[in-house]
Design a protein around this ligand. Structure first.
Ligand code: PLP
Length: 398
């Protein structure tokens, strides 16, 4: 029996529903299954293949042994609330009140979900930069709001200020910003951030900034929009320990925002998960307090890995958009004779022993053709794995 009900509209809106009413597997599941079947190196799904700082792992063991295994406070464990405030001050010079301006969530995903549900009403518009992280479309659909995409175009994926001005209007309630950006690895420049702040004020909108890759930047240090003049009062800043400390399975995320905004989001969050991850919260607090050299080391190591993969892709004959941050690189398959990245991704395990995902997976139906030949590769893997992937890719050069 095919169920009916509002969820059908929601799931169809998010592109998750097949015509027969069953849930379609995501491209990530499909490509990971292909990797498992073919034994190819999986550079499709973006998760690290090794553990992060040992101090962080040890702190979690200690917390479990110390009996921190029951529900933590609704806003988060005080250790972590204070560590987040210290982190915002140390890296960005922001004074954040740990008691009223911070909320710990079940990963960045719950911070985004609770924010979108708290700040929008059905029919409101939410502006996103396209291509976008797949959860955004799903969450906006669940809220009954309408997604308004602004294109990021090959090869540097910088937004056009005129496109942005056209997209934001009085119906805009939220602008979602992902900087550094998944899937393209682009980072926003100062002018774009200033324009976003100006537009948020003019149209009474919120900026919801997904900064999970804040420490994974290569060219220049990250600047949160909330740390810029006029940004703070309009911005919900979201981050997570998952990408920085290679602990994606722990799902410890957080947000910082003005006190009344945090309270509004908390009213939603308490009915989503209520709370989560009590022993992992003090462990992530430990991570946030680690020395500058650790954060530096994480970025420099990732930069070296980026260079291995970019080298392999170039030798193979791809055009490459070299990322400023995140752990993804986008390459154009046209020089290799593939106009359809999906087709290339299906052939890639056989041709090069590598799995990747088409960028069209991050694009709504309307604009998919603009991204048809682009492929996303992840480089959050150990160096020998990336070396092997790079030499596999070189086989494409024939
Ligand atoms: C991985 C990722 C997330 C999810 O973060 P969690 O802390 O695992 O919920 C959110 N946004 C982007 C852009 C990501 O790449």
């Amino acid at each position: 029996m095919t169920p009916t009900g509002p969820w059908r509209r929601t799931a169809a809106g998010a592109g998750l529903l097949r015509a027969d009413g069953t849930t379609a597997p995501t491209i990530f599941a499909e490509m990971s299954a292909l990797a498992a079947r073919s034994g190819a190196i999986n550079l499709g799904q973006g998760f690290p293949d090794e553990d992060g700082p040992v101090e962080v792992l040890t702190a979690a063991h200690e917390a479990i042994a110390a009996g921190l295994n029951q529900y933590p406070p609704g806003r988060g464990v005080p250790d972590l609330l204070h560590a987040i405030a210290r982190h915002q001050h140390r890296f960005y010079g922001m004074a954040v009140d740990p008691e009223t301006e911070v909320l710990v969530t079940a990963g960045a995903t719950e911070a985004l979900a609770a924010s979108i549900l708290a700040l929008t009403e059905p029919g409101d518009e939410v502006v996103v930069f396209e291509p976008f992280y797949d959860a955004y479309a799903g969450l906006v659909a669940l809220a009954g709001a309408r997604l308004v995409p602004v294109p990021l175009r090959w090869p540097d994926f910088r937004p056009d200020p005129d496109d942005l001005r056209k997209a934001v209007g009085d119906r805009t309630r939220v602008i979602i910003i992902n900087d550094p950006h998944n899937p393209t690895g682009t980072t926003f420049d100062r002018e774009t951030r200033e324009l976003l702040i100006e537009l948020a004020h003019r149209h009474d909108a919120f900026l919801l900034t997904d900064e999970v890759y804040e420490h994974l930047t290569f060219e220049k240090p990250h600047t949160p929009i909330a740390s810029m003049p006029g940004g703070r009062e309009r911005t919900v800043t979201v981050s997570s320990g998952g990408k920085t400390f290679n602990t994606t399975g722990w799902k410890v995320g957080w947000l910082t925002a003005p006190p009344e905004v945090v309270t509004a989001i908390l009213t939603v969050k308490q009915f989503l998960t209520y709370v989560n991850a009590s022993p992992f919260q003090p462990a992530i607090a430990r991570g946030l307090d680690l020395g500058e050299e650790v954060f530096d080391g994480i970025a420099r190591e990732l930069e070296a890995r980026r260079d291995i993969l970019v080298g392999g892709l170039r030798t193979a004959g791809f055009d490459v958009s070299v990322p400023d941050g995140s752990y993804f690189v986008v390459a154009d398959a046209r020089p290799l004779g593939f106009a359809d990245a999906r087709e290339l991704c299906l052939a890639l395990p056989r041709l090069a022993g590598v799995v990747a995902v088409p960028v069209s997976a991050f694009v709504g139906e309307t604009n998919r053709s603009d991204y048809a030949s682009l492929v996303r590769f992840a480089f959050c893997k150990r160096r020998p794995v990336l070396d092997a992937a790079a030499s596999g890719l070189r086989r494409l050069a024939g």
